[in-house]
Design a protein around this ligand. Structure first.
Ligand code: FNR
Length: 356
């Protein structure tokens, strides 16, 4: 089956908005500070222009790739996002089913409403990674990392851009906190007393934790939230298997450099030693293609999957991921490209600049 060609994300976003209580919508949609990073994320991808190749034959483009050795049907994956039961009663389970339907990788958040082993059980074949925050204590967090390894997750994603929670003004204005009654399934005393969103703050981590957590979990470690070349190099030297360029969806420091603008610096700095992934504001197949051309091995999306999940459960998630993949496929055909694993850098040029 070829993936669908038309994805109406704006309609899905609107449908999700109508489903959700206003404060939950604000929590999903919002950013930190003046939301400058949030507002610039998509535009930064669209500051690039494609340079199609012609007369390249009619082979359908190859969309499948591998991520740390894990085969996936598409380079578009689900970024970790918390509290999915606020979007849909089946929460993370539905997202897992939707991602598996299209062969996309799902990254499951520490802040999930479903225990990591229970998400894994929904789609035993994966592919799935576990995103780690430092919770409660080092001992507790180490145990969580070990359990992720035992439950069949194939990488740990260390989110390093939350030493403290971002100043999210919408949430502060709304007095937003997690609805009582939703289990914080990976937290100590799961399902008991309500847990604050601040429980995920992870100020104590250092680069030494990269190798330590890899050793104790038996999993490769991806460092998420890197925006500088020098930090990327430090992570690689400390044992990271990959780095993930991210502004945390504009929810942490603001204003920061857009992911699209940080990506080339990070790709150059790691010089092919490890994979580089990216997220933030990716909303179309051509955004994906720009990221691949700039050197990302894969891209991830969060908010579009919040819309898919809220508006359509597992099918909605599959529609988002399948739709972005379909648009990517189409864009590759019209650009004369045949493989997501090798999109040449000269496929893109900054808008308004001569190529070369
Ligand atoms: C997030 N993000 C996030 N990241 C993470 O590492 N752990 C988490 O639990 C969460 N939780 C979370 C909740 C919500 C509602 C959002 C919107 C985001 C950040 C996320 O993984 C990702 O970096 C960005 O959101 C990607 O940008 P887009 O696709 O949302 O523009």
């Amino acid at each position: 089956d070829s993936p669908p060609l038309f994805l109406d994300l704006a309609a899905l976003e609107e449908a999700a908005r109508q489903q959700l209580p206003a404060a939950v919508h604000d929590y999903y949609a919002g950013g930190a500070g003046a939301e400058i990073t949030l507002g610039e994320a998509t535009a930064a991808w669209r500051g690039w222009r494609l340079r199609p190749r012609v007369l390249r034959g009619d082979a359908p483009p190859r969309l499948a790739t591998t991520l740390l050795g894990e085969p996936v049907a598409t380079p578009v994956g689900v970024a970790p996002w918390g509290f999915q039961a606020m979007a849909h009663p089946d929460g993370e389970r539905a997202t897992a089913r939707g991602a598996a339907e299209v062969g996309a990788l799902m990254t499951v958040s520490t802040s999930a409403n479903t225990a990591l082993a229970d998400v894994a059980a929904v789609t035993p074949a994966g592919p799935r990674w576990f995103q780690l925050y430092q919770l409660h204590s080092r001992e507790y967090t180490d145990d969580l990392a070990r359990r992720a390894g035992a439950a069949g997750y194939t990488a740990l994603v260390l989110t390093v851009d939350v030493p403290v929670l971002g100043r999210r003004l919408r949430d502060l204005r709304n007095g937003f906190d997690l609805p009582a009654g939703l289990p914080m399934a990976n937290h100590p005393g799961a399902g008991g007393a309500p847990v604050s969103m601040r429980a995920a703050e992870s100020p104590a981590w250092t680069s030494a934790d990269i190798r330590r957590l890899a050793d104790l979990s038996g999993l490769p470690v991806v460092v998420k939230g890197v925006l500088r070349g020098d930090d990327a190099v430090r992570c690689v030297q400390a044992g990271a298997a990959a780095v993930w360029v991210s502004t945390h969806g504009g929810r942490q420091a603001d204003p920061v450099v857009a992911s699209a603008d940080a990506l080339p610096e990070v790709v150059d700095a790691v010089a092919g030693e490890v994979d580089v992934y990216v997220d933030g504001g990716i909303r179309s197949g051509s955004d994906v293609l720009v990221a691949l051309a700039l050197g990302a091995r894969a891209v991830f999306v969060a908010r579009p999957t919040t819309w898919g999940l809220a508006a359509g459960g597992a099918d909605g998630v599959a529609r988002v991921l399948g739709g972005l993949t379909g648009e990517l496929s189409h864009t590759m055909v019209v650009c004369g490209l045949d493989d997501v694993r090798s999109v040449p850098r000269d496929t893109v040029v900054r808008a308004g600049r001569p190529a070369g």
